[in-house]
Design a protein around this ligand. Sequence first.
Ligand code: SAH
Ligand code: SF4
Ligand code: F3S
Length: 438
Amino acid sequence: MKRYHVTTFGCQMNAHDSERIKGLLEELGLGEAPSQDEADVIVLNTCTIREKPDTRFAAHMGNAASLKRKRPGTVVAVGGCYAEAQRERLFTLYPDVDVAFGPGTIAHLGDWLGAGGEGVARGSFGTGSEREFAAGLPLHRERRFQAWVQVSMGCNSVCSYCIVPAVRGREISRRPGEILAEVEQLATEGVREVTLLGQNVNSYGRDVGSSFAELLRAVDAVDGIDRIRFTSPHPKDFRRDVIAAMAECAAVCEHAHLPLQSGSTRVLKAMRRTYSRERYLKLVAELRAGISDLALTTDIIVGFPGETDADFAETLEVVAEVGFDGAFTFVYSPRAGTEAASMDDQIPDELKRERIERLVEVVQRGAAKRNATRVGLVEEVLVEGPSRTEPDVLRGRTRRNTTVNFAGPAAPGELVPVTIEASTSTTLRGIRLAAVAA
Ligand code: SAH
Ligand code: SF4
Ligand code: F3S
């Protein structure tokens, strides 16, 4: 039996696409190899959101190329956003690539590889009208009790720094009936938590006569689904009906990942985010008023072209004012073809570094404070398995999406009450609340 190995870069969307890629390859009769070195078909599912994933991909290609020299029959298939962005040049840049495919053409991977990975046709396809949802493909799920569910593909926003619209195309929503059928199927397989995925998840539905709020309510009604998460919402589409649905649906978790990007209205405008600092803060207030005990996380970019010390100071202010439970912080990385890449006033690397260090400090201080308020509380934890670093300790997540390391007993997939005893800026620590004898 031929064997494949998939390496995934980038976001949860890509991680989920990889589950479809694996499902498809298994349907073709391939088995999974434990490493690239042992695989007949090496798949790299790439990301190109910043320069770093491009560089990591180049390193993996180096390894794949040397494996090909040792074992000439090895097939190298490159998919995802970098492949799409470089579709014209990929085979020239990397002559060892046999098959290239975009995020919208995973379904064709089988045609190019042939049954069992034989008879490779060199080919590359991308985001044209031929784009298809990968959701119809077989699925190799990585996690037993949690699942990703794609609700839309593409993005209609025009954030000036972002490559995603160019590589994932315009937004298309999946039909609500299809999404619900998938969620129901997952529930019968024992899945307790679903994460709804879209580049701009809460703009879902306009093109299929539905809305994100309606979708949340429909998924909430599926028996057996105890937790619903979603990522990433855009602040501009976070309307009242979504907040109400979050508050009223028992399974929708008390967590919103709300990308801020910058705290300066001037920079937000140049980023084409379509909200101001004030509008963002108002939304935070509405969310907190509507949903009790809400956790808020965010994404922030520092060093956007033209960002002054005063702009950056505003970002620090907003971060301190909101008090995020966590944040992904990024140094601005120019992406070829985007509006921001050709703007004047690119910020020197050293200044970007300095700013991100200062930002991380403020983020961590805020998150540590937020987590400290959980000490003494009993949190409902979905058990995921043993802790990554301490095999005797269990690991799981609260509804607010904080990782908890705790003393059991408990089995993966169970929802258990855990008394929180200690906290850091990123994790909680506790002990399972003993069952009280009746
Ligand atoms: N669709 C999602 C996120 C897409 S990318 C959304 O809009 O929220 C995830 C994060 O990467 C973004 O929120 C942004 O903070 C960051 N990012 C995107 N392009 C970037 C760039 N060119 N340089 C640095 N960070 C970037
Ligand atoms: Fe990129 Fe903006 Fe779309 Fe998010 S909303 S994927 S940052 S263009
Ligand atoms: Fe990267 Fe594509 Fe996701 S560029 S972040 S894998 S949408």
